[in-house]
Write a protein that binds this ligand. Structure first.
Ligand SMILES: [Zn+2]
Length: 483
């Protein structure tokens, strides 16, 4: 009996008892059952049903004794408990008020800290093998490989920004019809680039992204992405420090207007203050990088607030990745880093040739300045009341999925945010931007997407490295003990 059949039968069972959920799997089962035949199949069905009954009862799980940091910004609550039923949080409160349901599996987490799963609003999937860009291998397999890596680092939801092939849509639809066992994916599908600009298939050969020359190119391309039900539209406007041309303003505006007519929000890769201001004035929904050429000013802050433009991602760790490999970075010997990468990656990062090549980039000093500017700007936007999430630009060579989300949190704190502000950005704020009502905080009714930590991240944000376990929809997707 194949594992897949048992899963499908279990899902049918769930569907029978929880009408309205898992419709997709019901269809999958019906398709499968037409292939099944004979007494063997019927026996398998009964066996699976028996297994389903047992495992569903075990689906009620109680976590107790931990300090809760719920993602809303509320103060940490010691001696907390949580009841998780079929992947969702049914109850959360003090241990003293806990009523353990009969038959529940109880997990004692005394001395531990529980935070919501991390939400990265700027990542990429399926494109990188070790330190090599490998766009040709993009497939459902490479997408899922990367979603598993994110999951093992507690990044339980990510927004993939504009370099996807169509394989991502099937992964997304399946996740939304069930309880995922890997990171939840949101996607911008194929982002838009300017013919003389950067980004998309221009910067990453082999990726098929629409290339715009004039305003007339915009509408059909937006309609095509909207037809695929992308979560956001993405476009790039940047000149690669003077080596290319930025998207002309009339095309920027046409993309934003067209996407909004289709009911889809828009985010953009930006670098320059001038572009950020124009895009905010046009009503863009999110900036996918921080402004790095000049200090942000009150005019930008006011426009972003007026148009509900989010700083969805500051990608400070991206700036770090542009210069840090000129020497051996400290994290090369950090077990929290090495557990997620191959021996080849470590060899490359230690290699004098690779370091020499990085160091020979004439813009190395500019990248350091851009990071410093980006940090000051994030702090200014946060203080000014602009909404912000957490985003990294991981998934291209040298920007490591999982590890760099934790590095981003550190950079945000170095920029002047409190650890609580960084955690809220990376949890409930991320969910708010995604309009994911049942993600982002640890409140009743939400999915149990959470991380168990050994140490308090509010004392030191680097304590997010002390991951003991990760849950997605109540499924334990990583445990330290088994590694
Ligand atoms: Zn990106």
């Amino acid at each position: 009996m194949a594992d897949g059949s048992c899963d499908s039968i279990r899902l049918v069972y769930i569907t029978l008892f929880f009408p309205g959920r898992n419709k997709l799997h019901l269809l999958e089962f019906l398709e499968m059952s037409t292939k099944g035949n004979g007494p063997g199949f019927r026996f398998a069905f009964l066996l699976c049903l028996a297994f389903a009954v047992t495992s569903l009862r075990a689906e009620v799980r109680v976590l107790r004794g931990f300090t809760l940091i719920d993602g809303t910004g509320a103060a940490a609550a010691p001696d907390s408990a949580m009841i998780i039923d079929a992947g969702r949080i049914k109850w959360v409160g003090p241990v003293s008020a806990l009523k353990v349901p009969a038959g529940a599996q109880v997990v004692d987490l005394k001395g531990r800290f529980v935070i919501p799963g991390i939400i990265d609003l700027h990542g990429h999937l399926g494109l990188t093998s070790g330190m090599t860009l490998d766009t040709k291998s993009y497939s459902r397999q490479t997408v899922e490989r990367d979603l598993k890596t994110y999951a093992e680092y507690g990044v339980t939801t990510m927004l993939s920004l504009g370099l996807d092939g169509d394989a991502v849509f099937a992964v997304r639809e399946q996740q939304r019809a069930s309880r995922p066992t890997m990171t939840r994916v949101y996607t911008a599908g194929q982002g838009f680039v300017y013919k003389d600009g950067i980004g998309g298939g221009i910067s990453f050969p082999g990726i098929s992204t629409p290339v715009f020359s004039t305003v007339a190119d915009v509408e059909p391309a937006v309609a095509e992405q909207a037809r695929k039900h992308v979560d956001v539209i993405k476009f790039w406007t940047d000149d690669n420090l003077g080596k290319a041309k930025r998207m002309p303003f009339d095309i920027d505006k046409a993309i934003i207007d067209s996407a909004h007519r289709h009911g889809v929000r828009v985010v953009a890769h930006v670098y320059y203050l001038e572009d950020a201001k124009k895009l905010a004035d046009y009503g863009i929904d999110g900036l996918a990088h921080i402004v790095r050429d000049k200090p942000v000013d009150q005019e930008l802050i006011d426009s972003m607030k007026r148009h509900n433009t989010w700083q969805i991602a500051s990608t400070l760790s991206r700036e770090v990745s542009l210069f840090i490999y000129a020497k051996t970075p400290d994290f090369v010997t950090d077990p929290f880093f090495t557990r997620g990468v191959s021996a080849d990656v470590i060899k490359t990062l230690n290699s004098p040739e690779y370091q020499k090549k990085t160091a020979s980039d004439p813009n190395l000093e500019k990248y350091r300045e851009a990071l410093a500017m980006g940090k000051r700007n994030l702090k200014a936007l946060a203080d000014g009341g602009v909404k912000y999430g957490m985003g990294t630009d991981t998934g291209v060579p040298g920007r490591f999925q999982g590890y760099f989300e934790h590095l981003e949190l550190q950079e945000m704190v170095e920029a002047g945010l409190t650890p609580m502000q960084a955690l809220v950005a990376a949890t409930s704020s991320g969910a708010e931007f995604l309009k994911a009502k049942d993600l982002g905080s640890l409140r009743p009714g939400k999915w149990a997407d959470l991380i168990v930590l050994a140490k308090n991240p509010l004392d030191d944000i680097r304590n997010t490295h002390t991951i003991q376990a990760v849950y997605i929809a109540g499924n334990q997707v990583y445990t330290k003990e088994t590694q």
